[in-house]
Structure formats: structure tokens, C-alpha cells
Design a protein around this ligand. Sequence first.
Ligand code: TYM
Length: 328
Amino acid sequence: MARRIFSGIQPSGSIHVGNYLGAIKNWTQLQYEYESIFCIVDLHAITVPYDPRELPERVIDLAATLIAAGIDPERATLFVQSMVPEHTELSWLLTCLTPVGMLERMTQYKEKAARQQRESVGAGLLCYPVLMAADIMLYKADLVPVGEDQIQHLELTREIVRKFNRLFGETFPEPQPHVTQAARVKALSDPTSKMSKSIPGGAVALAEEPEVIRKLVRRAVTDAGPQPAGEMSPGVKNLFLLLESFAAPDVVQKFKEDYDRGELRYVELKDAVAEAMIAGLAPIRERRAELLARREQLRELLNEGARCARRIAQETMREVRERMGLQL
Ligand code: TYM
């Protein structure tokens, strides 16, 4: 039987090069090998304060960007989470199986909660990984292509799967993570943290203007304090990762040799990274703009994706209700 992959991405503003190299680029390759389901997870995006007037536009923009980056809606199912209500239903059922202690140990929860007043931390933020488990389990996915920051959540999903199978009978496969070489792209302005749009000057949006890309890369931090002899600093390592991802192998080779000889000039490395990135992202930027000019078509495509996803989700829910004693 063809194996199935599932993955999701939040419509939380413009997606960046970290999302692209850590996840989306991998999706575009895996869609040719597996039955693929990709989800725009709007229900995850509302676990932190947000503007409801902006959310629909973000969803459409993300759909356009994903297709522009290479997701082929003829081949993969692309849909919006809230359009398939079974996600919230399964999420509640799984919430009842999940110990609070496990959720409180999640790194991302601790980080996000620390940025808010304790009284205003929503329970949704705590239960976020359970909704993620529901996403994956509804489609009985075998493989989940994600960046490194989602591995802990995936471990939790595997625990929930094991518990469900133990209590109610073998129902779900244990999903495996699938990570790329660029599973953790660092922020340009702070190479000790992962690239994320919450770090000022840290992220390059996929649809960024060339001039802004040049500026961001030129300002990238290369030396972040003393470095053990013979070890590349995190900032330079990150620039090499970006160069390897966007430039031709001979260009990478040249800079590696310069580095080994102690002759690397940061300014040259940065220029090469910026120009390779601009060239690599240009087709995505152009295609995204074309797609955004045909919004009706995007909406129809997402409706069709949801119909397709829902057929599978409903099937799984029938089985789950029966196994959990929720069927009279
Ligand atoms: P999200 O929207 O934060 O990120 C989408 C994908 O991008 C990866 N990523 C990165 N990879 C490398 N370097 C980085 N700096 C970087 N930043 C982000 C993420 O690891 C992710 O793969 N909870 C998930 C969305 C989700 C999901 C799911 C994923 C919901 N349900 C089910 C897989 C399966 C999230 O917030 O990703």
C-alpha cells in the first residue's frame, strides 16, 4: 500500500526561508513518492493573539505561496484545517488521553507562554500539540516531514498513538519524522536561535523584495563572541547552509576553500548568499503574485482539497467513535 505523508504549516504571516528549507521544499519532493496531504493549520494560528480580519487573507496568501513553491494540487491534497471539522473532534477525544504534565514539558509551549502574562496564556496553547496529533492521526500518516522544532511534538503524537492503540485496539500507525539537512535554519540577526519571524531582522520572507534580502543578509551576524579554535561560528555555518541550499556546488566549493585557507571574506560570502537566494526565490515570488491575482481559483482549489481530506477524516472518525464507545 502506498505510504501516506501529512504535514502542516501555520498561516501566521509571511512564511520564511526556514519554513521553506526545513519543510516545504521537502514536501515538494516527497509529493512524487507518497500520497501527500498538506494542511494550512488556521486552528493552530489562533492559539496566540491574532487579528480575525487578517486571517482569511493570510490563508489565501499561504496557499498561493505553497503552490508557487512547488506544491502541486493535482498531485497532493492541500486544504485548510478549519474546513474539516473532524480535526477539532478528534482533538478533544485525544485531549482526554493526554496527561497535562506532558503538555507542560513541551519546549514551544514554555517559550510561547513565557512571552505572555500567565493569566492570559490560553488553554489552546497548552493543547496545541494534541491538535497536531489529531491532524496526523486523522489521516493515519506514516511519515511527517517537518523542521527540527516540531520533533518534540511528533514524539508526543507517537505517545498518544501508542496509548490509543493500547486502550482501544490497534488503529493508528506510529508516524515517523522526516527531516532535511536544513532542519534548523538560524536567524540571520541571532544565529543562536532558529529563524523565525518573531526575531527582528532574523527571517527572510519567501516573497521578499531583492533589495530587502540584500540588506538582511548583509547585516547577518557572523561572529557572536569567542569561538573555539578550528570551529566555524554559528553565523558563518548558517550562511554556508543557505549558500549550499541556493547556490551551485562550485560556488560553495570556492567559499569552503577560502574558509579552509583562512581567506574567507564575510562580505563576499554574504553577497554570494544574497544573490543566490534572490535568484532562487524569484520564480516563487512571481508565481505567487500570478496566483494571488486569481483568488477565486485558489478558493475553489482549497474547497476541493477539503472535500478530499474530509472523506478520509470521516472514515477515521467512524472507526474512532466505535472503538472509544461513542457509537450507539
Ligand atoms: P510552523 O508553521 O511553525 O512551521 C512550518 C514548518 O516549517 C518548519 N520550520 C523550520 N525549519 C527549519 N528551520 C527553521 N528556522 C524553521 N522554522 C519553521 C517547521 O518545523 C514546520 O515543519 N505545529 C506546526 C504545524 C503543524 C503540523 C501539524 C506539522 C500543525 N499540525 C501536523 C506537521 C504535522 C507549526 O507550527 O509549524
